[in-house]
Ligand binder design. Structure first.
Ligand SMILES: *Cc1c(COP(=O)(O)O)cnc(C)c1O
Length: 404
């Protein structure tokens, strides 16, 4: 039975633990984890060996900038989890993975079609750096797949998706959108950070590149920054070259931490998903809440698509206050004991930030199907605490909104 035939939970345990990275030649036995190979210089046998060079792929000692066994083990593990991928490139952050992928696939004069609910730094890359290079970006409404075909011109080379989208969390019809892109010869890239390959398989749903911020679920402990892009050949080679042009490399120590996080990602995601759903249902019953934007919750925007296409969820979702001004929302957030105020998510601890989706939307507003209430929301990242404690904390938050 090969690794890829095993169920995801088993693959998380096996992934990236090749014999050549966990044993010493000629020594019986071995170690469980691929060791941390700290290295800049890789050595050659002799001048002839040096002259021969090395294939430009993982698994070949060449020079530290192309990684070593610890980074290769992580790449191998991620490729193994990503259905349909031939390789994975690592980047020092999720944003670096997005920027390099778009640079690899676009050139001056090209157009990018970007989902209107994209992560804010993705918009900044598109409307800042790419614009300066003569690459034009237009946004489209991910919940109206039939309109995508009208937006595609001859110059369009990439459609960039995110599902669920940032802040408003709507799940879009990825197979329909990617089919339209493919029909027009356009590549589809998706930011799959929310679901991870355990919850959604981008390449099996028509995407050409699957990007993840490993800072979130894979790291899982709020102690590292990293990103990845996985794809089939030949697209992965284009991304690899771009990473090399820009000298992108991650440290072996961080790669080892990411591998360590990966081992428990399945159980962490199961737990945060069930806690998030419990908390989302409780929030739905509260009069202070206009809408709960949680893909796992029946009635949430795109919930039926989530049920159709996804195999899991996570602890990240938003809700909108029925009646609140910024001061009341501030009292709610400030009063919480168990939710830290900070960016990122996917760690073991719960977090909260104010969420104002309107600010990062172009011309498409947020889903019409939901009650916009006060228009003010928060994004919650549910951690591994007991959900009943988190609910009590949120209950105190609602009480604090009333007391000025
Ligand atoms: C955090 C995040 C990123 C960026 O990841 P970093 O590792 O913080 O650079 C990209 N996409 C989404 C959806 C994110 O939440």
């Amino acid at each position: 039975m090969s690794e890829k035939e095993h169920k995801p939970a088993t693959r998380l345990v096996e992934a990236g633990r090749r014999k050549e990275w966990t044993t010493a030649p000629g020594k019986p036995g071995g170690v469980v984890n691929p060791p941390v190979w700290r290295s800049s210089t890789h050595l050659y046998e002799n001048v002839a060996d040096l002259a021969k060079g090395r294939p430009n792929a993982d698994g070949h000692f060449y020079y530290g900038r192309r990684g070593g066994p610890t980074q290769w083990a992580l790449c191998d593990a991620l490729t193994g989890l990503e259905e349909g991928a031939d390789g994975t490139e690592l980047f020092p952050s999720g944003v670096a993975a997005i920027a390099a992928t778009l640079l690899a696939l676009l050139k001056p004069g090209d157009e990018l079609l970007l989902t209107d609910n994209a992560y804010e730094p993705t918009r900044t890359i598109a409307f800042g750096m790419l614009k300066r290079m003569g690459i034009t970006t237009r946004t489209f409404d991910p919940m109206q797949p039939e309109t995508l075909a009208e937006e595609i011109t001859d110059k369009c080379k990439v459609v960039m998706l995110e599902s669920p989208g940032s802040l408003t969390m709507e799940v879009c019809d990825v197979p329909s959108l990617t089919a339209i892109a493919r029909e027009h010869g356009v590549l589809s890239v998706i930011d799959n950070t929310w679901a991870s390959p355990l919850g959604f398989s981008p390449l099996a749903h028509g995407c050409d590149v699957s990007i993840m911020s490993l800072t979130k679920h894979v790291g899982g402990h709020s102690d590292l920054m990293m990103g990845s892009a996985s794809a089939a050949a030949p697209v992965i080679e284009r991304i690899r070259l771009q990473a090399q042009y820009m000298g992108q490399v991650v440290s072996p120590d961080d790669a080892a931490l990411a591998l360590r996080g990966l081992r428990t990602m399945g159980v962490r995601l199961k737990r945060t998903t069930s806690s998030a759903l419990e908390i989302a249902k409780w929030l739905e019953s509260r009069s202070e809440v206009a809408a709960v934007l949680c893909p796992m919750l029946p009635g949430a925007p795109g919930h039926d698509l989530w049920r159709r296409d996804f195999t899991g969820g996570c602890g990240l979702f938003s809700f909108i206050f029925a009646e609140a001004d910024k001061a009341a929302r501030g009292r709610f957030i400030d009063s919480l004991d168990l939710f830290g105020i900070g960016f990122s998510w996917g760690g073991y601890e719960s977090l909260i930030i104010p969420a104002d989706p309107e600010r990062i939307r172009d011309h498409h507003t947020w889903p019409q199907s939901i009650d916009h209430g006060s228009g003010l929301g928060v994004r919650l990242a549910i951690g591994l605490e007991d959900p009943s404690d988190l609910i009590r904390d949120l209950e105190d938050g609602f009480a604090a909104m009333e007391t000025k």
